[in-house]
Design a protein. Structure first.
Ligand code: NAP
Ligand code: MG
Length: 491
């Protein structure tokens, strides 16, 4: 059984001082079609498969729209459009002109930012504050950033002639749908490649809105093709002979399937996979800021974050104080309507994901972990999970080793710097991590010894288009973002 908190414990008297009136963002001005076709060769095209699936709002369990399911013939058409556009237009266009198109996409995204943020929250369940302040502005920033690189590629790779790879097949997950599309499309286009992109089955809508923007930006037909569907559509892209490069972001399990499928082919690939980040708090850290960082690290976006700080290591001398403060802070987190600007934690993305989180939490309890959850009320409809922490867990516990991809934190203690480093590295993953301390020298010592692609010091989950991102070990290979993200799309 999970122990639940009580608001009575919270020193701030949550009920009287921290009760906010609802502040919902209105979806009234949002125009969504009832049915979405595939975006191939610059046009929305009905699927040859004749199949459609529903995308739902996970906060309400209601259908939003039907979306085309691309079959093999549709993927063939998209790849052939991308090849034609590559050969005839995009690879021949002066780089400066390519850059202008990419700028135009960025500006149109900014103009439609509010609409994109609302649709992102409706389709995926994330709080509007995050889609409005993080996902959408960062997505536009990626297009701006890579637009600037388009005519400077030879400077990015001194002494080499930058040449595009050709047609890129790109497959993305549901946790940052628009942002992941931007991560993939912007550098590919800047480098002169054309694209076939598949968004995740549960969150296709902002990618389809991006298709409208790409059409309105007058991008030559076929340069970007967006084909919706499930895993089989993704597999059809991976296995397509007409594709030169695969860029995949998703789970380690599917990443391994893709790597096997690509072995022995000439296709290049980048894989951005799962994570189980260590967030390490030393006794000399600013403790209140660290608590905010822990909350941001694991409860942000319902814990649907590959680089989430899902393993917490606290120095023993401050463990009790920190745990008390963390529990108090958890009580003030508001779980509920993603469109309400007060909401801290929105809906879990799908019923499947909710079931996965529940089953791993159950395993954690059965393994002897002490489970504590906030006492917040949950809406009656929709997919929700309370912010949850586990103490009394071992390095070998399943919830310490496996990616849960939900708002669930496993907490352990340590005594020495060496012990913290050893425990942090005891994982098959290596995507990200965080260190909290007052001492700069400790930051450098610890971060240089942790095997992870991204490390934050005295902060967590900060992103920027200029900064490369990617993992070690089973968290993937290759880097996206920054100048490194250019070489992922150049020969
Ligand atoms: P997933 O199940 O691996 O799916 C990712 C994408 O691959 C989806 O579009 C999916 O389609 C598609 N797909 C499924 N099976 C496929 C196959 N056999 N061949 C080709 N494509 C296939 O991952 P997810 O559950 O959507 O996302 C969560 C995972 O992504 C987590 O593990 C997280 O850590 C990781 N992630 C990593 C990063 C990073 O940068 N390292 C960033 C974000 C997320 P469907 O949607 O239809 O299943
Ligand atoms: Mg949905």
């Amino acid at each position: 059984m999970a122990k639940q908190g009580s608001k009575k414990n919270v020193k701030l008297k949550f009920d009287t001082q921290w009760q906010y009136s609802a502040a919902p963002e209105s979806p009234d001005h949002i125009i969504l079609s009832d049915k979405y076709d595939l975006f191939i060769n610059g046009k929305f095209t009905p699927p040859q498969s004749k199949k459609y699936f529903d995308t739902i709002n996970p906060a309400k369990e209601t259908r939003i729209a039907s979306v085309a399911e691309a079959g093999q013939a549709d993927v063939d058409a998209a790849v052939s459009a991308a090849r034609q556009a590559y050969n005839k237009v995009w690879s021949k266009m002066p780089a400066r002109e390519r850059g202008k198109y990419i700028y135009r996409i960025a500006r149109l995204m900014q103009e439609r930012a509010r609409e994109l943020a609302i649709i992102e929250s409706m389709d995926g369940g994330k709080p509007i504050r995050e889609s409005r302040d993080i996902d959408v502005p960062l997505a536009a920033a990626h297009f701006f950033y890579y637009a600037g690189w388009a005519d400077k590629l030879d400077y990015a790779l001194p002494g080499m002639k930058a040449e595009p790879m050709g047609v890129a097949g790109q497959i993305i997950p549901w946790n940052f749908p628009l942002l992941m599309a931007a991560w993939k499309i912007a550098p590919a286009l800047a480098c002169g490649n054309t694209v076939v992109l598949k968004p995740a089955e549960t969150t296709p809508l902002t990618a389809l809105k991006l298709a409208e923007i790409i059409r309105d930006a007058d991008l030559p037909p076929g340069v970007v093709n967006i084909v919706t569907g499930a895993g089989a559509t993704g597999a059809a892209i991976v296995n397509h002979a007409g594709i030169d490069k695969i860029a995949f972001t998703g789970s380690t399990d599917v990443g391994k399937i893709i790597q096997k499928a690509l072995a022995g082919t000439s296709k290049k690939f980048t894989l951005e996979l799962g994570g189980k980040a260590a967030n390490i708090i030393f006794e000399d850290a600013a403790i209140d800021q660290a608590v905010e960082g822990i909350v941001n690290g694991i409860f942000f976006n319902q814990g649907h974050v590959c680089c989430a700080g899902s393993r917490l290591f606290v120095q023993e001398s401050i463990a009790n104080t920190l745990l008390r403060k963390l529990k108090d802070r958890m009580e003030t987190l508001i779980v509920g309507d993603p469109l309400d600007k007060n909401t801290d934690i929105g809906a879990i993305n799908s019923r499947d994901q909710l079931n996965k989180i529940k089953s791993l939490v159950k395993i954690g309890i059965n393994e002897g972990g002490e489970c504590y959850q906030s006492s917040c009320s949950l809406p009656s409809k929709g997919f929700w999970f309370r912010p949850t922490i586990f103490t009394n867990v071992a390095q070998s516990s399943k919830i310490v080793q496996e990616e849960i991809f939900g708002p669930v934190l496993a907490i352990q203690t340590f005594r020495t710097v060496e012990e913290a480093i050893e425990k942090a590295n005891n994982t098959p993953y290596g995507l990200s991590g965080g260190v909290w301390t007052d001492k700069g020298s400790k930051v450098f010592k610890v971060t240089s010894k942790i095997k992870a692609g991204v490390l934050w010091a005295n902060t967590f989950n900060k992103f920027d288009p200029t900064s490369p991102f990617g993992g070690y070990k089973e968290s993937g290979s290759g880097r996206e973002g920054g100048m490194h993200g250019l070489s992922a799309y150049l020969k």
